[in-house]
Design a protein. Structure first.
Length: 76
């Protein structure tokens, strides 16, 4: 999938969870959504982008979710 589309999708998820007053719950919400609804190849691609481009263009909440919950988001 086009990385720009993945970034847009991830940021949309992040925007939804920005409304959560508890930041930790928002970060967890983003991670749960990515794990539950994104195919493994999509998660691999966004994590590779995080490594290669330092997550440029991703919202702070999405970056926090990817970094904090990387192990559980990494497909086996």
């Amino acid at each position: 999938m086009d990385i720009h589309r993945l970034i847009k999708l991830a940021n949309s998820i992040g925007a939804f969870f920005e409304a959560e007053p508890d930041r930790a719950k928002g970060v967890q919400g983003v991670a749960n959504h990515l794990r539950s609804f994104w195919e493994p190849r999509m998660r691999r691609q966004i994590l590779a982008y995080l490594d290669e481009q330092n997550g440029e263009g991703l919202s702070e909440l999405v970056l926090a979710a990817l970094r904090t919950h990387r192990e559980e988001l990494t497909p086996k």
